[in-house]
Ligand binder design. Structure first.
Ligand code: ADP
Ligand code: GLC
Length: 482
């Protein structure tokens, strides 16, 4: 019997994206369709979402949703997919990004914007006596976590799953907002949203959800520790029996080098020579000289998580050994400034593109020789998966999903033909610069490099296995056997 699942999130491809969360939320409905799960996504009605929701129909109206008028509307995207949108102009019809104003500062009322999203989701699933339209709610990250909280305190009509895509973002606010959340006093405890005297939205979701998943098995283990738990490891340990790591997949309809129209030249593993045209195109876009050494690429948020400060330290080493670097990213101004200085120092060898550019991100995977992902922690990571699929060899730290998806080119794995990239232990100058030296040496051995590319392209990180794992979890929680 088909299960009806409401997926709730703050971003989803192709409507609104700032990172991997959007890729995953966008891909899940199609991935689950083969599992007899009908998943519909509820998103905030940002201008970009309203514009792409097609002709909409009102499903529910609220005179006051945590203080502002709102309605939930249903629409269809250009590809025919059904979508639910929280149309609340006072919350979401704003210039800027999903979380902050055009200058990048977080909106001061994010607590209310995303609590409203959670409330709307719980309402759609029958909380507080509303009509029950779904069998289960799947909430993503802190921005949707309050759905689990409102479900629990609204009568618990259906079970909920909370997926943590990144423990570093917790939606923690001052305790003064509690009375404005429309929750009973019983929610102001350590078993509810209270966290160190404030309101913890991710924490609230974690204690109210019926299952907690995260996006790789290694990260699921890591968040049990103080080093990766970001203060929430105690909550994870207390609920360890509900925690599961389900690896993200990649959407092959969007990310297939044989059909990707963002590439100058499409290719498959039997025709790696065709990648050259993409490399030439990249050199042009980034103003790079031609060179014998590998072209390293980076596609990343520019943050501490991603180890971009360590990248800055190794750039001279990378260039000194004959490598070149093309970076696409947006984020911390100080990291941008450091990168600009490096590009000044290494004209024609280091090229930068600041901002968000989906098409260029594809070309970089299709034309780069190796993608650098020196993250300090990485719940799953998608850019290394795209790198594998595109023959752009990943060079990654051994953490989270990076550890679960890339096989280091050590002699044993090279001998067996199973190696797919280069893995180093931590985001430090010593480890990262050694990894770059290894990559440059390996690149010089053309047959070995080609083997690495090909085994990466053979690795299957599609959604099938993960979709089956989510479907099995939903069925367990709803008590519905297939
Ligand atoms: P995270 O979600 O932590 O940023 P992931 O590796 O899971 O990391 O996902 C990042 C996603 O965002 C990938 O799809 C990547 O291609 C994309 N991306 C990151 N930065 C940019 C950028 N500046 N321009 C285009 N795409 C980007
Ligand atoms: C987060 C994580 C990233 C993960 C993505 C999608 O943004 O930082 O590792 O791949 O979510 O789950």
């Amino acid at each position: 019997m088909t299960l009806k699942v409401l997926s709730v999130a703050s971003e989803a491809v192709p409507l609104i994206k700032t990172g991997g969360l959007a890729d995953v939320v966008g891909a899940l409905p199609a991935a689950l369709a083969g599992e007899e799960v009908e998943m519909i996504t509820l998103l905030p009605g940002y201008p970009a979402v309203m514009a792409k929701a097609g002709k909409v129909r009102k499903v529910v109206g609220f005179d006051s949703l945590l203080g502002e008028p709102a309605r939930i509307v249903s629409g269809r995207m250009a590809d025919g997919r059904k979508l639910l949108v929280l149309d609340a102009p006072n919350y979401f019809a704003r210039e800027g990004g999903p979380y902050g104003d055009p200058s990048g500062s977080d909106w001061g009322d994010n607590w209310r914007r995303f609590a409203a999203l959670g409330y709307a989701a719980a309402h759609l699933a029958g909380a507080f006596g509303a009509k029950k339209r779904f069998d289960l709610v799947h909430a993503h990250d802190w921005q949707a976590a309050m759905a689990c909280v409102y479900l629990r305190y609204g009568g618990k009509p259906v079970p909920s799953v909370l997926t943590i895509h990144n423990m570093a973002f917790q939606g923690f606010f001052g305790g003064e907002i509690f009375p404005r959340l429309g929750l009973p006093d019983a929610a102001w405890t350590i078993d509810g949203v209270e966290f160190h005297g404030g309101v913890g939205m991710l924490k609230g979701g974690m204690v109210c959800a019926d299952a907690i998943t995260t996006v790789s098995p290694t990260y699921a283990r890591e968040i049990h520790t103080a080093r990766f738990g970001m203060g929430l490891d105690g909550v994870i340990r207390a609920r360890t029996h509900l925690v599961e790591g389900i690896l993200n997949g990649i959407d092959k309809a969007e990310w297939d080098p044989a059909s990707d129209l963002n590439l100058t030249s499409q290719f498959d593993s039997g025709h790696l020579g065709k990648r050259k045209a993409n490399k030439r195109a990249l050199e042009k876009v980034f103003g790079l000289d031609k060179g014998e050494g590998p072209l390293f690429v980076v596609v990343s948020r520019l943050t501490w998580q991603k180890g971009i400060d360590v990248l800055l330290e190794v750039i001279d080493h990378l260039i000194g050994l004959g490598g070149r670097l093309a970076l696409l990213g947006a984020g911390d101004a100080s990291l941008e400034a450091g990168l600009r200085e490096a590009a000044e120092r290494h004209k024609g060898k280091v090229g930068l593109h600041f901002g968000y550019d989906e098409a260029l991100s594809h070309l970089m995977q299709g034309g780069g020789d190796a993608i650098l992902v020196p993250s300090r922690f990485e719940p799953c990571g998608l850019t290394q998966l795209y790198g594998l699929a595109y023959g752009c060899v990943p060079v990654v730290t051994r953490t989270g999903g990076l550890a679960d998806t890339v096989i280091d080119a050590n002699p044993a794995a090279m001998g067996e033909g199973t190696a797919t990239g280069i893995v180093f232990t931590e985001a430090s100058y010593d480890e990262f610069s050694l990894a770059i030296s290894r990559a440059i040496r390996l690149y010089a051995d053309k047959p070995a490099w080609k083997r690495l590319q090909k085994s990466g392209m053979r690795a299957d990180f599609g959604w099938e296995a993960s979709a089956a794992a989510y479907a099995a979890l939903y069925r367990r929680l709803t008590g519905r056997a297939q």
